[in-house]
Design a protein around this ligand. Structure first.
Ligand code: AMP
Length: 440
C-alpha cells in the first residue's frame, strides 16, 4: 500500500516523500482511515511502530480540510513525558512543514511565560504533558472549547506516573463532540475505565500486541557478578560498537547512570547521562548532541528516555534488569526502529535472574545467553530452574521434594566468546519464540 491510497492532502504527501516514508506502517494503515471516518479509536501498538504519524497525519489532514484560523486549539496530544512531547513536536514540524498549521509544546521544566506567548499565537495543535497543561487551563492561557481531536499517547504510562486526576480534569474541559484517539501498551490499569468512558463507541485496533517483542532486535543476556563487572561489560560492549554507532545504556538509579557515564568517559567514550532531575534545557542539549553523533553513549533512567527515537542507535544495554516487562519493551525499543536491525543486551546478576526470567515469561520470548571473552562471569546462573525459568529455591525444594521430583530443570549455559547458547526450558503451556543468537 502507498500513502496515496490513504487520501492524504498533497502537502502531507510531499512531506512524507521528503522524510523518505514510502508506505504506511501497519498502525498507520489501520488508524488513518478509521480516524478519517470520524471514529474514536483505542490502539495498542508497539513502540517504534510509527504510531506518531498514525495520529498526526489524520489530524493534520482534517485540520487542512476545514481551515479555520480564528479557532482555538483544534487538537491536543497528551503524553507522559517531556521528551516524548518534544519528539512528537519534531515529527509534527516535519509532517506539517508544507502547511500553515502550527503547534505549541506545553511541558514542565520550561518557562511558563514563553509558553503563554506561544499559546497566544493560536496554534491549532497542542502537544502537552498533563501537569503543565492543567496549570495553563487554570490560568486561562488556553482553553479546549474548540477541540476536535484529543490524542492520549502512552495513556497507561500517564496513569502509572500518577497523572490520572490531571487526565480526567483535562478530559472534562474538552468539547464532548471531539474525536478521541487513545494509544496504550496495556489496558488493565485501574484508571482506564474512567478514561475510556470518555470515548464514543471506540474502534479497538490491536496492531501489534504490546507483549510482542520487536523482531528487528537481537535480545541477549549476559551474566554478571556485580556492579564492577557490569561496568567492565558495558565498557566493552560500547567500545566494541562500529564507528558511527550509538548506544543507550539504561540504569535503574540515577547514581548508577552517573557511574556508568563516568566510567565510559574515563575510557575515552563520549558519553552523558540523563535522569529526571536534570533541567529540561540541559536534557534537550544532551539529546541534541546524541542525535548529532557528538555523544556516542547516552546513559539514562527509564523516565528520561521514554519515547526517545534516535537514528543510528544500534545497541541498548540494560545495566540492570528493568522492573517490568513494559519497561523492557520500551527500553529495547530505542533500537531496531523502523525495521533497522538492533541489539539489546541485558546484564543479569544473581539477584536479578528471577526478574529477567519473569520478563521473558511475561513477554513470551527468550534472550540468547552470551559472554565476552575475558569477561566471563563467575556466576553461571541458578543450578536448577523451575519451569517458569526462575531459580528453584532450596527451601521449597526440600519442602516439596516429592512434587519437584520428575520436574525437568535445565541449567543455562554460558557461551564462550563469540558464540551464544539459548536456555531451552519452557514455561508450562508457553510457546517461547527462540531468538537467533548473534555470532560476532
Ligand atoms: P514512532 O513509533 O512514531 O516513534 O516511529 C518510529 C520510527 O519510525 C520513527 O523513526 C519514524 O520516523 C519512523 N517511521 C514512521 N512512519 C514511517 C514510515 N511510514 N516509513 C518509514 N519510517 C517510518
Amino acid at each position: 500500500m502507498s500513502f496515496d491510497a490513504l487520501n492524504l492532502p498533497a502537502p502531507l504527501l510531499r512531506a512524507l516523500a521528503d522524510l523518505g516514508f514510502e508506505s504506511p506502517t501497519p498502525v498507520q494503515a489501520e488508524v488513518i482511515p478509521a480516524v478519517a471516518e470520524g471514529k474514536d479509536v483505542v490502539v495498542s501498538a508497539k513502540t517504534g511502530s510509527g504510531k506518531t504519524a498514525a495520529f498526526l497525519l489524520p489530524v493534520l489532514s482534517a485540520i487542512l480540510a476545514r481551515p479555520d484560523p480564528n479557532c482555538g486549539a483544534r487538537a491536543l496530544v497528551l503524553v507522559p513525558t517531556r521528551e516524548l512531547a518534544l519528539q512528537i513536536q519534531s515529527m509534527f514540524e516535519q509532517l506539517a512543514r508544507f502547511t500553515p498549521v502550527k503547534s505549541a509544546c506545553v511541558i514542565g521544566g520550561e518557562a511558563f511565560k514563553h509558553q503563554v506567548a506561544s499559546l497566544r499565537r493560536n496554534p491549532e495543535c497542542l502537544i502537552a504533558t498533563p501537569g503543565r497543561l492543567v496549570e495553563h487551563l487554570e490560568k486561562n492561557s488556553t482553553d479546549l472549547n474548540d477541540l476536535e481531536f484529543l490524542v492520549l499517547d502512552e495513556a497507561d504510562r500517564m496513569l502509572d506516573m500518577g497523572f490520572a486526576e490531571e487526565l480526567y480534569a483535562i478530559m472534562q474541559r474538552c468539547r464532548s463532540e471531539k474525536q478521541s484517539l487513545l494509544f496504550s501498551a496495556t489496558f488493565n490499569h485501574r484508571g482506564f475505565s474512567r478514561v475510556r468512558s470518555g470515548l464514543r463507541d471506540p474502534l479497538h485496533l490491536e496492531i501489534d500486541h504490546f507483549r510482542q517483542i520487536n523482531e528487528s532486535i537481537e535480545h541477549l543476556k549476559m551474566l554478571a557478578d556485580d556492579e564492577t563487572h557490569k561496568l567492565a561489560l558495558t565498557e566493552a560492549l560500547v567500545l566494541g560498537m562500529e564507528d558511527e554507532a550509538k548506544a543507550f545504556v539504561f540504569c535503574n538509579t540515577r547514581l548508577q547512570a552517573q557511574q556508568v557515564s563516568n566510567r565510559l568517559r574515563a575510557k575515552g567514550v563520549r558519553s552523558e547521562y540523563l535522569h529526571g532531575e536534570i533541567a529540561q534545557s540541559d536534557r534537550k542539549q544532551v539529546l541534541a548532541r546524541f542525535r548529532d553523533g557528538k555523544i556516542r553513549a547516552l546513559i539514562a533512567t527509564d523516565v528520561a528516555a521514554r519515547g526517545m527515537d534516535v537514528e543510528g542507535t544500534d545497541l541498548v544495554v540494560n545495566f540492570n534488569v528493568p522492573f517490568k516487562g513494559e519497561d523492557y519493551v520500551h527500553r529495547t525499543g530505542r533500537t531496531g526502529r523502523a525495521g533497522v536491525q538492533g541489539r539489546a543486551v541485558t546484564l543479569v546478576d544473581a539477584n536479578e535472574w528471577n526478574r529477567a526470567a519473569g520478563i521473558e515469561r511475561y513477554l513470551n520470548f527468550r534472550m540468547g545467553v552470551q559472554a565476552l571473552e575475558g569477561l566471563e562471569a563467575q556466576y553461571k546462573g541458578p543450578k536448577k530452574l523451575k519451569k517458569s525459568g526462575k531459580a528453584a529455591s532450596k527451601t521449597k525444594r526440600k519442602k516439596h521434594a516429592s512434587a519437584a521430583k520428575g520436574r525437568k530443570a535445565t541449567k543455562p549455559s554460558v557461551a564462550r566468546s563469540g558464540s551464544s547458547v539459548e536456555s531451552k526450558s519452557k514455561g508450562k503451556g508457553q510457546q517461547y519464540r527462540p531468538l537467533k543468537p548473534r555470532r560476532d
